[in-house]
Ligand binder design. Sequence first.
Ligand code: HEC
Length: 196
Amino acid sequence: MHHFPHLLLALLASTPSDEAKAALAPFQKTLKETLFKALERSTEAAVEVCSERAPALAREASTARVTVGRSGLKLRNPANAPPAWLPPLLDELSKLPPGTQTGRTVTLPDGRVGYAEPIWTAPPCLVCHGPVIAPGLDATLRARYPADAARGFAPGSFRGVFWAEVAPAAAKPDGGLQPPKMRPSAPRDTNPEIPR
Ligand code: HEC
């Protein structure tokens, strides 16, 4: 019976939001470390990290089932536009008290689960996202990002989110067993459904 191990795995498996957090953790950690290290060298090096390393790290942190990324309400790079399910979560998270550490999940009609947690602007972020940007850096940013809207942020303001999209575990090519619904439907930190 090849189905048994699948069933066992499904029973032991973490929730989609655990999976989302697990996939995001190394992305968040490495990005932060790389950015702050680069900032010690020069802002030019740090811009390089943000534009080249950030997307690469997001790809590296993604798996066959989990896709991760960054987004926001005001974007520097249009390539960071939110997936279709994200805008309502962005809206909700942006209204939380600054600094709130939390996450929201949403279950999509096709069984995928979306997850997002807020990013609050810290003082070092202002070098590149604040109201005043040094002339040389400003020119570099304008040349790379003609549609840059990610400026004018203040410390503590809502900068955006880390997001993850988790495909359902049961969507296996061999049509493996659906995991039984064993989790109690306790109150969740989530909007149950957002129509697409
Ligand atoms: C050295 C300049 C620089 C610093 C410092 C910086 N950023 Fe950025 N940030 C960028 C660039 C450049 C991009 C565009 C990245 C891309 O092309 O994907 C960006 C993109 C982002 C995005 C993705 C959404 C978008 O607007 O495209 C988020 C979220 C973000 N930054 C948050 C932060 C936070 C939070 C900090 C402070 C911890 C920070 N940034 C510090 C330059 C910087």
